[in-house]
Design a protein around this ligand. Structure first.
Ligand code: CDP
Length: 252
């Protein structure tokens, strides 16, 4: 028996060495965190749901030409992904004021923004993921001006696509976070979408009732976290492929 090599362990996922060079295995944990890891819990079945939801969204994005790291789902909790050189930024796109933006600008939660707004935060837990400007990104060489342009154009495309995908199933996409990475081909690099897209990284509200169907249920102690993630998967039409334990609402 050989033990596979752990490359990185984050708050909600683990990355293992992949079967071939240039690949990794992304393992989705049940661990859920909020407020930069200060609040934690394990929610049974969350990793399985996020693995499947992220697979579905990344696959759909691939069909419209948004290149991303997803290769294939391996099992309930793991997916094969392309290894990328991660860009140390969280790219947040907002359609409606909520969360930290509401706090920062005193905007009521739920107020539609005049247009979609993209913000950048430095991926650094110790510093609390501070917001940064393009000036910082280029000065500290986190990304080049061309890469920032590519990231912003891709983020707006993802936003348009996801707004349509979710509104078709009665869900409003309030905001979401993306991460990007570089892949190298000889001396040239390009940027692709990485990480995950799931109710952990998006704010998703029921279009009729505004009920929250995302990680805010955990952050704000609203209860029914797994039930809400399951509802997102159900509306996306992917629950039939889930194990019966999850379909029954008991987690896995
Ligand atoms: O989540 P919080 O209110 O602290 O931060 P936010 O800046 O309002 O988050 C905007 C969006 O990015 C939400 O959909 C969050 O779930 C997501 N986000 C994330 O996935 N991971 C983070 N570390 C921070 C935000």
């Amino acid at each position: 028996m050989t033990r596979r090599k752990k490359i990185y362990e984050g708050k909600a996922k683990i990355l293992y060495e992949g079967p071939e060079p240039g690949t990794l295995i992304q393992y989705f944990k049940d661990d859920t965190t909020a407020f930069n890891g200060q609040k934690r819990a394990a929610l049974e079945g969350k990793g399985v749901l996020n693995n499947r939801i992220s697979e579905y969204v990344m696959t759909r994005l691939n069909t419209i030409g948004v290149q991303n790291h997803f290769i294939k789902r391996l099992n309930l909790r793991e997916q094969l992904i392309k290894e990328v050189e991660i860009i140390p930024l969280q790219v947040i796109c907002r359609n409606i004021a909520a969360g930290s933006m509401s706090v920062r600008f005193g905007l009521p939660e739920g107020q539609a923004l005049p247009r979609s707004i993209i913000e950048f935060c430095l991926k650094d837990d110790k510093l609390g993921d501070p917001m940064v400007a393009e000036e910082h990104i280029t000065a500290f060489n986190w990304a080049s001006p061309q890469e920032i342009d590519d990231i912003m154009a891709t983020t707006l495309r993802v936003n348009d696509f996801l707004c349509g995908l979710f509104s078709g199933v009665g869900i409003t996409l309030v905001d979401f976070k993306l991460e990007f990475g570089r892949v190298w081909e000889n001396d040239f690099s390009r940027i692709i979408l990485a990480d995950e897209i799931s109710p952990d990284s998006c704010r998703l509200w029921d279009s009729v009732t505004n009920e929250k169907l995302d990680r805010d249920r955990f952050r704000r102690d609203l209860g029914n976290v797994i039930e809400s993630y399951t509802e997102v998967a159900r509306r996306l039409g992917i629950m039939s492929e889930m194990p019966t334990v999850i379909q029954g609402g008991k987690g896995a």
